[in-house]
Design a protein around this ligand. Sequence first.
Ligand SMILES: [Fe+2]
Ligand SMILES: [Fe+2]
Length: 135
Amino acid sequence: MIDKSRLPRVAKAQMNTVHEEELERINTLLTALKESDDNAITKAVESLLAHMKEHFDYEEGMLKNRGFGMFEIHRSDHTRIMNETRMAYMNWRNFRDREALREFIKEDFMEWLDFHIQAMDSVAADFLVQQERAR
Ligand SMILES: [Fe+2]
Ligand SMILES: [Fe+2]
């Protein structure tokens, strides 16, 4: 289990909520990897992928067409982890290797999430909060 308090926080509350929800899906998957059958693990990865799509659509929807200079780089960082997670999902379906999936989630994915929130989401949140104030 990864504790919520480990997530970096940004200036926009709704974004923090979305990140906490994503961590809940991660924790469900990590638990399933320890104690559930293959089918439950497959469902947990699918549920994570679905949430990632919502998360990224939500952020990109707010940032698009707003003159936000970092939009493209932010979006491409979402696309990269989406592709890597889809690849991890396909590997799981083909090889059923729990250790490989656990390692991807605990290391690659969590490292990405931590870095992305600090480097991209925090800047996006500041921009959005400023825009809300200026309205
Ligand atoms: Fe985010
Ligand atoms: Fe983001």
